[in-house]
Design a protein around this ligand. Sequence first.
Ligand SMILES: C[S@@+](CC[C@H](N)C(=O)[O-])C[C@H]1O[C@@H](n2cnc3c(N)ncnc32)[C@H](O)[C@@H]1O
Length: 465
Amino acid sequence: MRRILSLAVAQLSCLAAVSLAAPKASFIPRYQEGTPLGMRCVALDPQDFRGQPIYRIEFDIETPNNGKEEGMIHRSWNEFQKFDKMLHSRWVFDNISDVVLPAEDSVESLHEYLQIAGQHESILISTELSDFLGINWSGQDLGFMSTLTEFMKVVIPQAYRAPEFPPEPPIFTTELDTITAPETPFEIYVYLMAFRARGHLSEYLEFFNSFLNTYPDFSGEDVSPPGHEVVTPPHFDQTYVHFLPGGYNNGHTVRISYLGKSKFNFLHEDLIREYILKYHGEKQPKRILDIGTGPGFSAFVLAELFPEAEVIAVDLAAPYIRMARQWQTLRNITNIKFYQANAEDLSFLESETFDIINYAYVLHEMPADNAKMIVDEMYRLLKSGGVMNGFEVPYVENIVERFFYIEFNTWGHHWDDNGEKGPEPYTEEYELGAQLSLYLEEVGFKDVQQIDYTYFESLFLATKS
Ligand SMILES: C[S@@+](CC[C@H](N)C(=O)[O-])C[C@H]1O[C@@H](n2cnc3c(N)ncnc32)[C@H](O)[C@@H]1O
């Protein structure tokens, strides 16, 4: 509660918080909506994550319910230049010849520039100014991977207009705040831009990486099971999914993956709960394993649904386990043990001791041989009659569709090629190599079912005989 209160205070006192060179409290910019009334360039603040000096602009807006609000945004000199170019190249702005960008940037000259621009109604009501001030776009209308139609909005710029400038970025000073703070428009913008980075991926990755480096890194204690050495397979530190610089082992990526909960269906705890209840609600499991648990969404649902069961949740990436443990403390859930472990070798766990083994979005993120080793481990660990529940990318049966699916996700590059790789670089391995539905039967599972949910995910069920 105290944490939530401190976040709220940080939001309310946003102007004060960012004016400090090194903020002591996290700064979570809130979404603002309205028509600008005026703006002032008030200071040159220390450089932002992109390494550029940034001017602080304060503005006033009239909100849709006729209230007044103050706001603040940082912009670099380059962004001022881009804004000015937009104003003078679009026909909607007529008679703005008095709006002249100064030859040299300074707080005073840019303040004067904004004062003159603010006298033009056409500028005040424009989308260009909204974008420049970081207002009137929350990104909440994007469904990302919830449906194929929503995803089309993400990848096709003509289908969905993204702002011309990023909104104000958040600043996090504690790991706990990265768990409790709501997603900001800037973070949605960053994610959206990844999917539009084909053709200029390295430039995007530089931007993405410098922002992610501002997040806490969840380094710290050893979280592997006592006496068990974790061996990381080479691909894990070579080719990264979802454009994550350094992959899951880079703890700076934890929050952005955690924010996947607003983008992927089976990260919504309500939906996970609905499906677990539908397919396993009548069971009384004593032991449950969650593989590749990440921030722990599925593990928390399973632990809450089956309070009598012991849940073991493993992930290869130690930072994610540290985050999950912190979140567990916050949620006060006591029947889960989170460990760092490679699911290809879970020899610290005894064979045939689990009633349910779950995973969500894991096996499509690695070479086929590695995915198969994990399936083998699941088979070893399940009791006879135990079930595997996988929320996973579909195995596309139609061969033509399958090739289209591979291209769409990999941008035409094999996972260990050089070159720009798409959001899911292992899709070819998963679709052509692992062929999950077929492999589950090959290792001996019975009643194998693939229940399709959307273009992006299916539910895989299989029982150990
Ligand atoms: C897309 S994330 C999904 C995380 C989580 N299941 C969720 O639903 O949010 C995939 C996760 O699998 C983990 N992973 C990949 N290979 C693994 C392995 N061999 N053993 C354990 N975890 C692994 C990654 O570290 C990552 O956290």
